[in-house]
Design a binder for this molecule. Structure first.
Ligand SMILES: Cc1cc2nc3c(=O)[nH]c(=O)nc-3n(C[C@H](O)[C@H](O)[C@H](O)COP(=O)(O)O)c2cc1C
Length: 139
């Protein structure tokens, strides 16, 4: 299966990057930021993103628009401080771009300013490993 990982991280904590790099290590696929277009069609894109001001960032939207013809299936992997998922926001852009999105997603609570210190933590990453395993992507 042809896989790619793309992420967009905004805060200095780099939570999304940490999650993306964890996946990189687990499934042995390089995680690149959204400034890197897809070079070829992928069976599955793991899109790692986060919630900002109750939305996804425009960089994520732009990446999906620019690469829509190369994504056969998208899996949403995301974090937020509140516990709210970005799934609906990502799904909306996918619908506009005709990108199939899996109903399976991974979400974790993450740190922001003074809240959720240390998240994602070891337990969050263990849950992520289980999620990857269930997709048959992990070891
Ligand atoms: C500018 C900004 C706005 C945010 N707005 C929200 C928000 O509306 N709701 C929420 O649950 N979390 C919000 N967060 C928290 C982020 O979703 C969370 O910290 C995420 O892990 C950030 O990922 P990053 O470190 O890769 O940028 C916000 C964070 C930042 C930096």
């Amino acid at each position: 299966m042809n896989l790619a990982i793309r992420y967009y991280t905004k805060s200095k904590k780099g939570n999304t990057e940490k999650i993306a790099k964890h996946i990189e290590e687990k499934i042995n696929v390089v995680a690149l930021d959204v400034n890197h277009p897809l070079e070829e069609e992928v069976d599955t894109l793991l899109l790692v993103n986060a919630m900002y001001a109750a939305k996804i960032d425009k960089e994520i939207k732009q990446f999906l628009k620019n690469n829509k013809d190369k994504i056969k299936n998208l899996i949403n992997i995301n974090s937020s401080a509140s516990g709210a998922s970005t799934y609906k926001n990502v799904e909306k852009v996918c619908d506009e771009c005709n990108i199939p999105i899996s109903d399976k997603e991974f979400h974790t609570v993450a740190s922001w300013i003074f809240i959720n210190k240390g998240r994602p933590n070891e337990e969050d990453f263990e849950r992520l490993d289980i999620f990857l395993k269930e997709l048959n992507l992990g070891e």
